[in-house]
Ligand binder design. Structure first.
Ligand code: SF4
Length: 390
């Protein structure tokens, strides 16, 4: 396909002057001023941001990025950080292996930099050799930090390009062609500005559901717009139903009011995070029986399963889960880490010091609320008893 490439580049760059996002902190010079073409930026904050942005939108990422940069302002500080602190700062962003890989990459870069200066890669191969870095993330870092002409292809860019050419295929089935198109369009004179403008266009104008084609600098060249139904693109594969599972979860309290938590193994989904114990419901099994069985199998403890605390659903990219959470009273057995790294009894007020997966934050909130209500009820019963006695 032949494109008026220079028209598309210049229209996009002109649009970005007034329509783009110019206050992204990691795209500015250290003193907060706007960076000029060709000027290098510190790659570390950009790398952190690009990894956070892999599965998450800018507005969500910003506070996480600020907290992270405050806690680990340099590569050396990140390399020296322990698992607990890294996961706690990532808590809520999901895809937690990204946090560990960032730290692993920091250690790798320091090990490869014998002198006081860090040896930052300035080519694709160098960045792809670091854990957790794919081609688009590498392109984002190289163009943002060093103004190098390396293309990107994140979700926003795929959507814009799919509409520009009204691609009849889902981007995932035509990746090589989409990469070629992104490379073809990239302005070699101003790669940083161009890639940023392309991402801004996807994030603010060519949005997933209601693209604002009236504001778009590429409207005159856009095949999806010309076809009359741009939101139909990118076309999707016929959707497949995600597997669904019910998970029974026990919030186990002992006689001192402590609650039992366990730390997942480092491998696999949510590795290294803390959680309330539980597991999958078997066919035909009552959820209370699931909880009692799982706690015996995984922790070797006997509990009395009490009332339901909360029930909630959470969707991952590959499955949907419903967590049915019951309060439990610990009866017998010293908890053993049979299927996890470690088990701990903690006071409910201490739970915020542990990194939990997002779904568990609602369980913790429900528990704290329930305990506060129980305290209030006990307090007023005491006051009532006192008043009656008086
Ligand atoms: Fe997206 Fe509409 Fe612009 Fe086409 S004209 S690129 S569909 S915003």
């Amino acid at each position: 396909m032949v494109f008026p490439v220079s028209d598309l580049r210049s229209a996009l760059l002109v649009w970005c002057e007034h329509g783009g996002r110019h206050d992204i902190p990691w795209k500015q010079a250290l003193d907060g001023s706007h960076v000029v073409d060709g000027e290098a930026l510190d790659p570390y904050p950009i790398w952190v941001a690009e990894v956070m942005l892999q599965q998450t939108q800018l507005q969500v990422v910003l506070p996480y990025w600020r907290r992270w940069m405050h806690a680990f302002p340099t590569l050396e500080r990140l390399a020296a950080a322990d698992d607990h602190d890294v996961l706690l700062l990532w808590q809520g962003l999901g895809y937690y292996s990204r946090a560990r890989r960032l730290r692993q990459g920091a250690r790798q870069l320091l090990a490869a930099s014998p002198g006081p200066d860090i040896f930052w890669p300035t080519d694709l191969q160098g960045w792809l050799a670091l854990p957790g870095i794919g081609r688009s993330t590498a392109g984002g870092i190289l163009s943002s930090a060093f103004d190098l002409p390396v293309a990107i292809l994140d979700g926003n860019v795929k959507r814009v390009l799919a509409r520009l050419i009204a691609s009849p295929q889902p981007p995932a089935r035509e990746l090589a062609g989409f990469w070629r198109l992104s490379e073809q369009l990239l302005d070699p004179q101003r790669p940083r500005a161009f890639n940023q403008a392309l991402m801004d266009l996807g994030a603010t104008v060519c949005t997933p559901r209601n693209p604002s084609c009236g504001l778009c600098p590429w409207q005159g060249h856009c095949a999806a717009y010309a076809a009359g139904d741009p939101a139909r693109y990118p076309v999707k594969d016929a959707s497949r139903e995600l597997p669904f599972q019910v998970i029974g979860v026990g919030v186990v309290l002992d006689g001192d009011g402590r609650v039992l938590i366990d730390q997942r193994l480092n491998e696999g989904l949510l590795g290294g995070l803390w959680e309330f114990p539980g597991g999958k419901q078997e066919p035909g099994e009552a959820i209370t029986a699931t909880i009692a069985r799982e706690l015996m199998e995984e922790l070797a403890i006997t509990v009395e399963v009490g009332e339901e605390l909360i029930s909630l659903e959470h969707a991952y990219s590959h499955k949907r889960l419903r967590f049915v959470v019951h309060l439990c009273r610990w009866l017998a057995g010293e908890p053993q880490p049979l299927a996890c790294q470690q088990v701990r009894w903690v006071q409910p007020g201490e739970l915020e010091a542990f990194p939990f997966p997002a779904a568990n934050a609602r369980i913790i909130a429900a528990l704290l609320e329930r305990l506060a209500l129980a305290d209030a009820a006990a307090g007023s019963a005491q006051a009532g008893g006192g008043a009656a006695a008086a």
